[in-house]
Design a binder for this molecule. Structure first.
Ligand code: TMP
Length: 280
């Protein structure tokens, strides 16, 4: 209330000042472009931009399992911001522009390539199941896999042949995607190792950014414990969404620990402002 009082008294035009609670009312005033399982995309402030909003929803097994993990969206927004900024610093083009608030970031609007690109360093998850391999076995070299983004089909694995034959991406697009994915893997594996985490595998999405005559392939979506497997180097404890998929408990605690080790845990924890916020 102190904050509210002083903000009101500073306002030159009281009639323009109004209050709302949380972010829901402000969000509903914007045009919603797309709603996914863990994020919403809204129209951005300028043409060619979007606002990416991180929800607390967690889903697994193609939406068969669902829960709300309080604070997850706030943590993923921060973690993804941090990783996208670090990647941009080493020359990886990304859709990220800047974080706007606890749950939102401004991004460049891109045409999403409908392929999930998975990079694996250690056997886990669907690879262990598909080939009957023991989870935790290091791979002789990093492996890149492609999955066609389709909820109805359950994101089936596809090859480069399918991708180019059906026109989801060109051979040149895939060359760019593959080399970016491997550079991202090299960089992030080192970054996470530096904070005692093994980057077991992760999923990336890429988009086409149109700039005049030029088309660039850029990293899109998010990189967070929702889309990575991260195991503690000492204990092998899982610090990612497998805690939710496999009912291991303390999902939020694990995401917080990843943020803490990255040095970006929001002050006072990952909670949103729940009180009144001033809008002018
Ligand atoms: P997988 O072992 O289940 O194929 O998952 C590989 C990686 O991809 C793992 O880090 C989790 C991530 N992933 C997603 O981000 N979204 C998905 O829908 C799936 C299935 C996996």
């Amino acid at each position: 209330m102190l904050y509210l009082g002083s903000a009101l008294s500073r306002s030159p035009n009281r009639s323009r000042v109004f209050l709302f609670f949380g972010t829901d009312i402000a969000m509903s005033r914007r045009r919603r472009i797309y709603e996914g399982k863990a994020k919403v995309l809204y129209e951005g402030p300028e043409p060619g931009t979007l606002v990416q909003y991180f929800k607390d929803d967690a889903t697994a097994f193609n939406n068969k399992k669902h829960a709300i993990i309080t604070g997850k969206g706030v943590l993923n927004n921060r973690i993804s911001e941090y990783l996208m900024v670090r990647l941009a610093e080493i020359g990886v083009p990304t859709h990220f522009v800047r974080r706007l608030n606890m749950r939102e970031q401004l991004i460049r609007e891109v045409e999403i390539i409908p392929i999930e690109v998975v990079v694996r360093n250690v056997v886990a998850g669907s690879l262990a199941k598909r080939l009957g391999l023991e989870e935790g076995t290091p791979l002789p070299r990093s492996i890149v896999e492609y999955y066609y983004k389709s909820d109805e089909l359950g994101d089936p694995m596809v090859s480069e042949e399918h991708i180019t034959a059906f026109g989801w991406a060109s051979a040149q697009d895939l060359d760019d995607v593959m080399s970016l994915a491997l550079r991202i893997n090299d960089y992030l594996s080192g970054l996470f190792l530096g904070i005692g985490l093994r980057l077991v595998d992760f999923k990336l999405e890429f988009g086409r950014l149109y700039e005049g005559e030029q088309i660039y392939i850029v990293l899109a979506d998010e990189i967070s414990p929702d889309s990575c497997r991260l195991w503690d180097v000492e204990t092998n404890e899982k610090m990612d969404k497998d805690r939710f998929r496999r009912d291991l408990g303390n999902v939020e605690g694990a995401y917080q620990e990843v943020a803490r080790r990255l040095g970006i845990l929001p002050e006072g924890g990952p909670k949103d402002l729940k009180g009144p916020t001033l809008m002018q």
